[in-house]
Write a protein that binds this ligand. Structure first.
Ligand SMILES: C[C@@H](O)[C@H](NC(=O)OP(=O)(O)OC[C@H]1O[C@@H](n2cnc3c(N)ncnc32)[C@H](O)[C@@H]1O)C(=O)O
Ligand SMILES: Nc1ncnc2c1ncn2[C@@H]1O[C@H](COP(=O)(O)OP(=O)(O)OP(=O)(O)O)[C@@H](O)[C@H]1O
Ligand SMILES: [Fe+2]
Length: 544
């Protein structure tokens, strides 16, 4: 089959033709798919939606014509980006796609742009069920296929990653887009500390960007700010990608989105994957930045699965989220998630955890399960040494302190036997016989809800309460408090609940029963306002 793809969500007026044989998928190369793009370049400032839409109106007919000229025969379907993106741009492109499908008398296929960013990487890599990091202008997500959908394992809590960088370059007076200019300037920069914010697998850029602007205003050389911005932002993205690999047990990562063209980001991801024995694939830059090739490739898979739209169904959606897409072109059983195994040595996202048995004769050291675990936060080669030192030290201190604080509040946690801050090493009693991820039931989820509520009432935030950070036997023990802190804010408490929910949706079955039990457990012991805020956090339109 031969698919025409059209893209025009923001800056790229682009058309492509892709020849697809489901039984013999062709590799991506320089001329397959054929892509023609006409980029919108704002005269000043960032992207103006109305100007960008005018650009689409002018440029789309010409790029479509080039694509049709390059096609080797008749077109079987027209695929277009239905969203997310700028409303005025989407409407112009939607109208063009409908008209063209009508004229050619072929089906119309509506593609989610963010799912296209990840599927092009999956197609190019040949990986079956990877974790996907989408690092684009208006978005930043971690996605994994589970239970028939691409689940959002983590995402930005405020702006997209490219937009955050572009706002900084606007502040210093550089033209759009800022990403490549920051990359260039960073080559001569030195490191200064900037705020680093990850919450489970979610992350936030707003505090970091304000601090970067303030550094610049106070006279820190712009190269140093650019260097440190890259080191900080990309370390955050690499860390959450590693957390997603650890949570799901996957050993495949693909990159998507325009910021993925950045060499330093690719280097960090590739180092992280190599160090944990995972495979990493980043598509060629022509498939990372917005392009119609990725729309045509996913459009072809959708068409092969019989997934097309009537004109009435084909309205565009500026807030189209990737987890709203009904994934028709993949088997329902496929999943990014693997059942965790009990081994003597565990590689988490941050640390190596080894189980040690304790001499039964030493009564003082004897514990219920007769074993200890040693958790070592080894240096991460992907991140700047100064940042690495700081994170390992801060988290070791926080983890030791909060694990004990939580137990004093009556929440089951392992006893801390020894802490070596210089070596970023903690020795705990071994607790539980499995991870919650291997034994998740509504009853256990209810216990976790009650434990979190109790923590929150005492002003403690866990920071990363996933199904891998709870150990179970007949009790549920919370572990891994390294991202924890003290706070009485409803928002921080709601984020903890959100992190738990995301880890369940991304890896478990029977999620509705599990999550309502979790909330019931929380409601019994905690503040209802937190669950109301959770609703708000989950419904929030994040992308500005
Ligand atoms: C919804 C859609 O319109 C939107 N598209 C989009 O953001 O364009 P994309 O091509 O994926 O990414 C553009 C961003 O990518 C950044 N960028 C480009 N080259 C870069 C580089 N070398 N380093 C860092 N950022 C870079 C730009 O600064 C800009 O913010 C999206 O995918 O979120
Ligand atoms: N006290 C403990 N008792 C028993 N098992 C433990 C204990 N601490 C850690 N583990 C095991 O080791 C795994 C990794 O530990 P932990 O989550 O603390 O490391 P991490 O590197 O911070 O992991 P991640 O960030 O991926 O959650 C846990 O999922 C659990 O299976
Ligand atoms: Fe994009």
């Amino acid at each position: 089959m031969r698919i025409l793809g059209i893209e025009g969500t923001a800056w790229a007026a682009s058309a492509a033709v892709f020849e697809y044989d489901p039984d013999d998928p062709a590799p991506l190369d320089a001329d397959q798919p054929f892509i023609e793009t006409d980029a919108y370049q704002p005269e000043s400032g960032g992207i103006h939606p109305r100007e960008a839409a005018e650009h689409m109106g002018e440029a789309i007919p010409a790029v479509v014509e080039s694509a049709l000229d390059a096609a080797d025969g008749p077109i079987d379907a027209v695929a277009f980006s239905r969203g997310p993106g700028l409303g005025p741009c989407l409407r112009i492109v939607g109208t063009a796609a409908r008209a063209l499908a009508g004229t050619l008398d072929v089906p119309l296929v509506g593609v989610n742009h963010m799912v296209a960013h990840l599927e092009i990487g999956r197609y190019g890599s040949g990986f079956d069920s990877p974790v996907c990091l989408n690092a684009s202008g208006a978005n930043a997500h971690l996605l994994g296929y589970h239970d028939g959908r691409y689940r959002v394992l983590g995402e930005t809590m405020d702006t997209g990653v490219g937009n955050a960088i572009d706002k900084f370059t606007r502040h210093v007076g550089w033209s759009h887009p800022g990403g490549p200019k920051v990359e260039e300037a960073a080559k001569d920069g030195e490191y200064v500390d900037l705020p680093y914010v990850v919450k489970g697998m979610d992350f936030s850029f707003s505090g970091l960007m304000s601090a970067a602007k303030a550094e610049y205003d106070e006279g820190t050389p712009v190269e140093d700010v650019c260097f440190s911005l890259q080191e900080t932002i990309f370390a955050m993205l690499t860390e959450v990608a590693e957390r997603a690999l650890s949570l799901t047990g996957s050993d495949e990562l693909v990159l998507g989105g325009g910021v993925g063209q950045n060499e330093r980001l690719r280097e960090m991801l590739s180092t992280m994957c190599a160090d944990r024995g995972a495979e990493f694939y980043a598509p060629d830059p022509r498939y990372l930045r917005d392009n119609a090739g990725m729309i045509a490739v996913l459009g072809a898979k959708m068409l092969a699965a019989g997934d097309s739209l009537t004109i009435e169904e084909s309205a565009v959606d500026p807030n189209f989220r990737p987890d709203e897409v009904d994934v028709t072109w993949r088997a329902d059983e496929a999943s990014v998630a693997f059942e965790p195994m009990e081994t003597a040595e565990r590689q988490g996202a941050e640390a190596i955890v080894t189980v040690e048995s304790v001499e039964p004769r030493s009564t003082e050291a004897r514990t219920q399960s007769g074993a200890r675990v040693i958790k070592r936060r080894l240096p991460k080669a992907y991140r700047h040494p100064a940042l690495d030192e700081r994170l390992r030290r801060e988290r070791t201190v926080a983890e030791a302190r909060l694990t004990s604080d939580a137990r004093r509040q009556g929440v089951p946690t392992p006893v801390v036997r020894d802490v070596d801050v210089a070596e970023a090493t903690i020795t705990f009693d071994r607790v539980g016989d499995r991870d919650l991820g291997a034994a998740l039931t509504p009853d256990r989820a209810r216990m976790v809800g009650a434990h979190l509520a109790r923590l929150h009432r005492a002003g403690i935030v866990h920071g990363d309460p996933t199904v891998r950070n709870v150990r179970v036997d007949d009790r549920c023990y919370l572990i891994d408090f390294g991202l924890g802190y003290h706070s009485g804010h409803v928002e921080d408490h709601a984020m903890d609940c959100h992190v738990f929910g995301g880890s369940v949706r991304g890896t478990a079955g029977d999620t509705d029963a599990v999550l309502s039990a979790f909330e019931a457990g929380y409601a019994e012991a905690g503040d209802e306002a937190v669950l109301d805020r959770l609703r708000e956090v989950e419904g929030r339109g994040r992308y500005t």
